[in-house]
Write a protein that binds this ligand. Structure first.
Ligand code: FAQ
Length: 319
């Protein structure tokens, strides 16, 4: 229920805060016109924008293979997937806009390096097996992270996540199916899959963010119901889900510490290289410069479309 529907008696700051806290405590949704603390709004803009940017930048590594897909079927699947990522970016920019920031402002923050996108998209795609690994591992990690976000406390973000998650499931399955087909092929194809999984496993684990002990935002985001699980909880869920899938596929995950722990009823696993993660986050990953340069060029090339659309909207408004 929004504040506009139920005006508060005194309308004091304390009333607004307690109304917000009560809504969070009831696990109800905060909607754009509700009062919210500045920190809550800032955190949402940061997270939703980073998520939107990830979807848009995330089109590049796989988009790289559209013109070299091995068959018409694979090309159609990959095209549909990459188009879905564009759609996810747009739902997410729309969700962020309800918080009072425009898509143009967010895009400018991305291309000037002031806002982040997911570390995973700074790695190159070196073979067609990478399309499969991204679907299986990267979309698989995205699903683990995003299914709980369907219950996030901010309405527009949670509702956008429902559709995004449905499409991510298709992405994950197409990746796994591609890898399964390659594993049934030649020795060379099997080696290509293993080499790709070796490169993507650790970066996929990094997608969940730093360990909880080093995560500055998790505690407050959990208290506000923005995040529903910690980074380490989701990373564990992803490992537990992926190990049997790797066994069924016939690939080895590149972690000597990976072992079932009876007592915990979870897999134990090693730690990713957190220095490598931090380098990527700071803009020094293998493909950061290339990804941003490409996005900047696309934005500049699209300037005439934005100018034409604005001119039309202005003409309509004054007609
Ligand atoms: N990469 O305190 P925390 C996809 C930053 S979509 C880069 O734990 P938080 C679909 C973090 O921003 C993938 N930076 O932060 C697809 C913070 O820095 P800041 C994107 C990272 O926000 C598939 C600092 O480290 N998904 O894959 C990363 O509570 C295939 C401290 O971290 C989402 O964005 C990282 N991996 O938790 C598309 C999901 N991790 O901003 C195409 C929504 C952390 O304070 C092809 N986001 N940082 O300067 C989230 O759930 C959260 O934002 C986390 C981070 C979990 C990513």
């Amino acid at each position: 229920m929004t504040l506009t529907e139920t005006p508060l008696d005194a309308g004091t700051q304390a009333d607004l805060e307690s109304h917000f806290e009560a809504t969070i405590a009831r696990n109800d949704r905060i909607e754009p016109r509700d009062w919210m603390p500045d920190g809550y709004r800032r955190t949402l803009v940061r997270q939703i924008a980073q998520h939107a940017h990830s979807e848009i930048i995330g089109m590049q590594p796989e988009g790289n293979w559209i013109s070299r897909a091995p068959s018409l079927r694979r090309k159609a699947i990959l095209l549909a997937k990459v188009q879905d990522e564009a759609g996810h970016g747009l739902y997410l920019y729309s969700a962020a806009e309800t918080l009072g920031v425009s898509r143009l402002e967010l895009t400018e923050m991305l291309i000037s390096g002031r806002q982040k996108y997911s570390s995973i998209f700074n790695y190159p795609t070196l073979s067609y097996a990478d399309v499969g690994s991204i679907g299986w591992l990267v979309d698989g990690a995205a699903i683990c992270n995003q299914v709980p976000l369907c219950r996030t406390s901010f309405g527009p973000y949670g509702r956008a996540m429902i559709r995004v998650c449905k499409e991510e499931s298709f992405h994950q399955r197409q990746g796994y199916e591609l890898l399964t087909t390659m594993m049934r092929g030649t020795d060379e194809q099997r080696a290509m899959v293993q080499e790709s999984v070796d490169r993507f496993w650790w970066p996929a684990l990094m997608m969940f963010g730093p360990p909880d002990a080093d995560s500055p935002n998790t505690a407050q985001s959990m208290a506000w119901g923005i995040k529903r699980n910690t980074n380490d909880e989701l990373r564990q869920k992803f490992v537990d889900m992926s190990v049997p899938q790797a066994e069924a596929l016939g690939v080895t995950l590149p972690d000597p510490d990976l072992a079932w722990n009876d007592e915990r009823a979870h897999y134990d696993f090693g730690q990713p290289d957190w220095d490598e993660f931090m380098q990527g986050v700071k803009g020094n990953g293998p493909c950061n410069a290339q990804r941003l340069a490409h996005r900047r060029r696309a934005h500049e090339d699209g300037a005439w479309v934005r100018a034409a659309a604005t001119a039309f909207a202005t003409k309509e408004a004054t007609a």
